[in-house]
Design a protein around this ligand. Structure first.
Ligand code: C2O
Ligand code: CU
Length: 474
C-alpha cells in the first residue's frame, strides 16, 4: 500500500486527542499522543498518495508545548517497523531525543512508548521520524512523519493578524543519476575546501522527486491563504524535505525574517526570497500591502508547477493567481547577525575555545550504486567518537569538500553561527546550517547537554550512507 493510490480506497487512521491540556493549578503536565499509522495525503482532488503519518494526517498536528512545563508524550506505533520520533531543536536528554545512535529506544512495531521531557528552548521546533531508510524510499523522512512543534514562552507573542504554518515537502521520491543541482544559493563564497584535483569517478544514484506540496496540498488544490490589505501575517516556514534545499518567494511581498531555526536573530531583515535546507525553519512577518491573488511558492518553475506553492488571496480579489520571479538577491545568513569587523575572530582561538575540525568528503559509489560519505576520512561508526567536556566551549569547523551544499544538524544543542561564505558573524543561534559546496562554516556552542549527541547531514540519503558522527561527553 505504498505507491500512489486513488482517493477513497484507504481509511484514515484514528485521530487521537492532541494538544496541551490546560495546566490547571497543581497539574504540572499536559499530554500528547502521537499515533503512527498509514495515511492518505490528498495532494489534489485527483491525486492521493498513501504514506505513513501522525494522528491520521501528514503533516501531523501542530503541537504546542509550554517552555519548561514537563510533558508526557505517548507514541503509538501502528506500523510493522520500529519507529523513532525525534524532537528537532530541543535541548532534551538522549533517552528521549529520538535518535537510536544516542540510545533512544525505538517504539516497537504495533507497540507504544511513553516519553517524559521538559521542552526548551522556546521557538519554532519540529518533530519527525529518525529511522534510517537506506535504499527504501518509503521509510524514514521520505514518509509523512513530520509536524511543527511550537515551544511557547511567557515572552511577548508579537503582533500579527494571523499565523500560518507552511511545511515544504516532496513526495514519491525516486532514484536518479541525473541530479540537477538545484541548490542555487545565489551566493558567492570562497571555495576554500575545493581539492586540487576533484574526484572524477561517476556519481552514485541520488534521491529526487517530481511531486511537491506545501503542507498536504499541491499548488492550487487547497484553500488559499485569505488575507486583507493591511494585515500582518506571521509565517512559520519549514523545509520538511528529506532531499533538497528550497527557495520560496511571494511576489511583490517581503518576508520580515525575525527568527532562524526558531531563535530570534539580532538583526531582523526583509528579504524577497527565503532559502531553507532540509530541517531548517524561518519565522517571518509579511505585511499584506499588495492586493491581488498571488502564488507563494518555489522559485524554480518546474518545482512550483509540480506543486510547491499555495495561493494567497486578498479579500474581494478575483483573478488567476499570479507569479513573478523575485529579485535575485542571494540568501545570506549573515545579514541577520551582528556586524563583526574582523573575520580573524574565527581563527584566532584567542579565547578559551577548543576547535574541532570536521572534514566531509564524498566517495562516489562507495556503497554502489550509492555514494558514501566520510567524516575526517572515516566511515561511520567512527572508532573514536568526538569527546566533549561539560561546560567547555567548542568551535566546529565544517569543511565541505564535496560538490553539494549540505544542511548540517547538531542534536540536543544550539550553536552560534560565527563564519560562513568567508564572512564573520555573531548572534545567530541555529541547529542546522547549509554549508555551501567546497565551502566552510564555523559554529560555536557550549557543551551543556551531557550524553551522546548526534551530528549529521539532514539529507536522509547522506545521513544513511555515512554523513554523521557521534559526540560524547567525557
Ligand atoms: Cu531533524 Cu537528526 O534530525
Ligand atoms: Cu548532505
Amino acid at each position: 500500500m505504498h505507491r500512489r493510490d486513488f482517493l477513497g480506497l484507504v481509511g484514515v487512521g484514528a485521530l487521537a486527542a492532541v494538544g496541551p491540556d490546560a495546566a490547571l493549578g497543581g497539574l504540572p503536565t499536559s499530554n500528547v499522543t502521537l499515533t503512527i499509522s498509514p495515511v492518505v495525503v490528498e495532494l489534489t482532488p485527483r491525486l492521493a498518495i498513501t504514506t505513513t503519518g501522525y494522528n491520521g494526517t501528514s503533516p501531523g498536528p501542530v503541537l504546542r508545548m509550554r517552555e519548561g512545563v514537563p510533558q508526557i508524550v505517548d507514541v503509538i506505533n501502528n506500523t510493522d517497523v520500529p519507529e523513532l520520533v525525534h524532537w528537532h531543536g530541543l535541548r532534551i536528554p538522549p533517552e528521549v531525543d529520538g535518535a537510536e545512535e544516542e540510545g533512544t529506544p525505538p517504539v516497537p512495531p504495533h507497540g507504544r512508548r511513553r516519553y517524559h521531557f521538559t521542552p526548551t528552548p522556546a521557538g519554532t521546533r519540529w518533530y519527525h521520524t529518525h529511522t534510517m531508510a537506506m535504499n527504501d524510499l518509503h521509510r524514514g523522512s521520505y514518509t509523512g512523519q513530520f509536524g511543527f512543534l511550537v515551544i511557547e514562552s511567557s515572552g511577548d507573542p508579537g503582533h500579527y493578524d494571523q499565523e500560518v504554518f507552511l511545511a515544504l515537502r516532496d513526495w514519491e521520491p525516486f532514484l536518479t543519476d541525473q541530479m540537477i543541482d538545484a541548490d542555487a544559493l545565489g551566493q558567492q563564497w570562497p571555495q576554500t575546501e575545493k581539492p586540487q584535483t576533484t574526484d572524477s569517478r561517476p556519481n552514485g544514484l541520488e534521491v529526487t522527486a517530481a511531486l511537491y506540496s506545501i503542507n498536504d496540498k499541491a499548488l492550487g488544490a487547497g484553500e488559499p491563504i485569505r488575507v486583507r490589505e493591511g494585515q500582518r501575517v506571521l509565517f512559520h516556514l519549514l523545509n520538511a524535505s528529506a532531499i533538497e534545499n528550497r527557495t520560496i518567494a511571494l511576489p511583490g511581498h517581503r518576508f520580515q525574517v525575525f527568527a532562524l531555526d526558531g531563535n530570534p536573530v539580532p538583526s531582523p531583515q526583509g528579504v524577497d526570497q527565503v532559502l531553507l535546507g532540509p530541517g531548517e525553519r524561518v519565522d517571518a512577518y509579511v505585511d499584506m500591502n499588495r492586493p491581488g491573488v498571488w502564488i507563494l511558492g518555489g522559485v524554480e518553475n518546474d518545482v512550483r508547477s509540480s506543486g510547491l506553492g499555495v495561493v494567497v488571496e486578498y479579500a474581494n480579489q478575483q483573478r488567476q493567481p499570479e507569479w513573478f520571479p523575485p529579485s535575485r538577491s542571494p540568501w545570506d545568513y549573515t545579514i541577520f547577525g551582528n556586524q563583526v569587523r574582523s573575520p580573524s575572530r574565527t581563527s584566532s582561538g584567542a579565547d578559551d575555545v577548543e576547535t574541532i575540525d570536521l572534514v566531509f568528503e564524498k566517495v562516489p559509489r562507495a556503497y554502489a550504486p550509492f555514494n558514501g560519505f566520510l567524516v575526517n576520512g572515516q566511515p561511520y561508526p567512527h572508532e573514536r567518537e568526538f569527546v566533549l567536556h561539560r561546560g567547555r566551549k567548542y568551535r566546529l569547523v565544517f569543511r565541505n569538500r564535496t560538490d553539494d551544499a549540505h544542511p548540517l544538524h547538531l542534536h540536543r544543542h544550539s550553536f552560534e553561527l560565527i563564519e560562513i561564505y568567508g564572512k564573520a558573524t555573531s548572534g545567530i543561534i541555529k541547529d542546522t546550517v547549509v554549508v555551501p559546496n567546497y565551502g566552510k562554516a564555523v559554529v560555536q556552542f557550549v557543551a551543556d547537554q551531557p550524553g551522546p549527541t548526534l551530528f549529521h547531514c539532514h539529507i536522509q540519503q547522506h545521513m544513511d550512507y555515512g554523513f554523521k558522527a557521534l559526540f560524547r561527553y567525557a
